[in-house]
Design a protein around this ligand. Structure first.
Ligand SMILES: [Zn+2]
Length: 289
């Protein structure tokens, strides 16, 4: 599923290649992709320039003058930009593969901007959504989502994290970090990576963490996103990490591969019904000592 690094790649691509460009054409190939109150439609965006591109967690709000569009890629959405006058970019779920002919049969929306800069939204599982709303309602709409601080935003500080962990003493770590109302942007891949980096079992209870462990978990989240954001996210295809062993991601999608720290084979388990990868030695169920 596209998480913060994948959505941030889309935000950066849109900001650098589409900001200020006017939308000249749209082709909506799956009507349920767009959710809009009566009276709002993609037609209202025609002839309008893209004025702002934001991101909070996995939500990607775009502003076209008086109308805004909040994009959510959900499980398998991808945004690909192409055109003769832009570098283009690939962001989100890696299927169909980068470089595939577009539009693909699962391309649900094609937005053509001036100079033939074209944005393709493709989603093989049909869960991605775009919500249209008046731009002056965007802040309230985002507030209503009750998202926690964005994991690379200014509110995600060490002091905030220490206090937030203290306020959720009974929570297990993996479900807590996946909870978008706790911290926004982390998903299954980067939570597994952060917990491995911090040497913490995914089902440790928040109240059992020492101050050092809480600090280490904060540092691990920061470090994992520092690796993942510049590369636009990890490449996972059919549940398998794509690059060679030793490259990022270090544990997610690497069942049976030796742990990079201790050599023990990585195991895959279910936590809250999510496939979860960990090292059984580095991330024991009970804190040693
Ligand atoms: Zn290990």
């Amino acid at each position: 599923m596209p998480e913060l690094p994948e959505v941030e790649a889309a935000r950066r691509g849109l900001e650098t290649q589409f900001l200020g460009r006017t939308l000249v054409r749209h082709e909506l190939r799956l009507p349920k992709l767009v959710v809009a109150p009566v009276g709002l439609s993609l037609d209202l965006l025609l002839g309008k320039p893209l004025r702002a591109v934001q991101r909070h967690g996995k939500y990607l709000p775009l502003q076209f003058d008086d109308t805004a569009a909040i994009v959510h890629l959900k499980l398998s959405g991808q945004l690909v930009a192409r055109g003769p006058n832009i570098p283009g970019f690939n962001a989100g779920h890696p299927v169909p593969h980068w470089g595939a002919d577009l539009p693909h049969k699962s391309t649900h929306l094609v937005l053509t901007f001036e100079d033939d800069a074209t944005l393709f939204l493709t989603d093989i599982r049909h869960f991605a959504r775009i919500v249209l709303l008046p731009s002056n309602e965007l802040d309230d709409a985002l507030a209503a989502l009750k998202l926690g601080p964005d994991a690379i935003g200014p509110r995600f500080t060490r002091a905030w994290f220490q206090e937030a962990i203290r306020r959720r003493p009974g929570a297990r770590l993996k479900p807590l970090l996946l909870d978008q109302s706790f911290v926004a942007g982390l998903g299954n891949i980067y939570v597994d990576e952060a917990l491995w980096e911090a040497r913490l079992h995914p089902e440790r209870i928040a109240s059992s963490l020492t101050d050092d462990e809480t600090n280490g978990l904060y540092d691990a989240i920061v470090r994992v996103l520092e690796i993942a954001v510049p590369i636009g996210g990890a490449e996972i295809l059919n549940g398998k990490a794509q690059p060679e062993h030793g490259a990022f991601p270090f544990v997610h999608g690497r069942q049976g591969a030796p742990c990079l720290r201790c050599g023990t084979p990585i195991v895959k388990e279910r936590v809250n019904n999510r496939g979860t990868y960990r090292c059984p030695v580095c991330q024991p169920e009970i804190r040693p000592g």
